[in-house]
Design a protein around this ligand. Structure first.
Ligand SMILES: NC(=O)c1ccc[n+]([C@@H]2O[C@H](COP(=O)([O-])OP(=O)(O)OC[C@H]3O[C@@H](n4cnc5c(N)ncnc54)[C@H](OP(=O)(O)O)[C@@H]3O)[C@@H](O)[C@H]2O)c1
Length: 241
């Protein structure tokens, strides 16, 4: 069997935001298992080191770059670090995101609105700005944004979260059209409730989407034949909670 069939992402560099836990951790582990060198980023350095260890225990390759994605200068520095250390970026997964406790929009403090938009919408823009130039220069790359079904539907008492994800979908569709001429593919995954510590939904965790299910979709997207790409995946649990 050829190496590309065993490790389809060998020689690839994948940057995963929010890789410290939850969906990002599962995506990082999956991409590493396919042969990619995975750049892990989030704020929690000790959690990042645990994910790095888990990948290296499976003979995978990682680089940890802690970063607060709400800090534009720090994101630009992250981009320079990836450039200097790896010289390329084949895959960018904009996964990091936050929600806040559900409340009517009129009761939502401005600071919470700003934090939500900075993390869920501005950070993917900053990451694309920092890393897409490497992809454009290479005439190859794949950007995957992790949105939510809340970005396709209404979410009463979650308007800011919903708006941030509707915005992320719009950003994705638009930048996809900008970058396809450079042979760079841009996709969005919109999952329903996923079994992580992200939200205390009270749902039966066994009937929720698992983080590994989202990682499986990322793996499918980045191993798609190069002549086409999937714009959008809506991911739902098989069984209703
Ligand atoms: N879980 C769900 O039900 C669900 C459903 C649909 C979509 N999603 C989306 O999936 C993505 C991941 O969710 P999850 O369930 O895995 O959440 P999670 O377990 O809370 O993980 C979120 C990740 O984002 C990172 N992060 C948050 N703020 C950050 C910042 N300012 N700078 C850098 N990193 C930051 C966190 O690391 P640090 O705290 O260490 O920085 C963590 O690694 C989010 O975009 C979320 O909106 C989740």
């Amino acid at each position: 069997m050829k190496e590309a069939e065993i490790d389809p992402l060998s020689d690839h560099v994948a940057v995963v935001t929010g890789a410290a836990r939850g969906i990002g951790e599962a995506i990082a582990l999956r991409l590493a298992s396919l042969g990619a060198r995975v750049v892990l980023t989030a704020r929690d350095q000790s959690r990042l080191q645990k994910v790095k260890q888990a990948i290296e225990d499976q003979a995978g390759s990682t680089l940890v770059i802690p970063c607060d994605l709400t800090d534009a200068n720090a994101v630009a520095e992250l981009g320079r670090h990836v450039h200097a250390e790896c010289g390329r970026c084949d895959i960018l997964v904009n996964n990091a995101g936050i929600s806040v406790a559900r409340k009517p929009l009129v009761d939502l403090p401005v600071e919470e609105w700003d934090q939500m938009m900075q993390t869920n919408l501005r950070a993917p823009y900053l990451m694309i700005r920092a890393l897409a130039p490497l992809m454009i220069a290479a005439r190859s790359g794949h950007i995957i944004n992790i949105s939510s079904l809340a970005g396709k539907n209404v979410l009463p008492e979650g308007a800011a979260y919903s708006a941030s994800k509707w915005g992320l979908n719009g950003l994705t569709y638009s930048v996809a059209e900008e970058l396809r001429q450079h042979n760079v593919r841009v996709s969005v995954i919109a999952p329903g409730s996923v079994n992580t510590s992200f939200s205390s939904s009270g749902k039966d965790p066994r009937r929720m989407i698992q983080p590994e299910d989202v990682a499986q979709v990322v793996a499918m997207l980045v191993t798609q034949a190069p002549t086409s790409f999937v714009s959008e995946v809506l991911l739902r649990p098989t069984m209703k909670p």
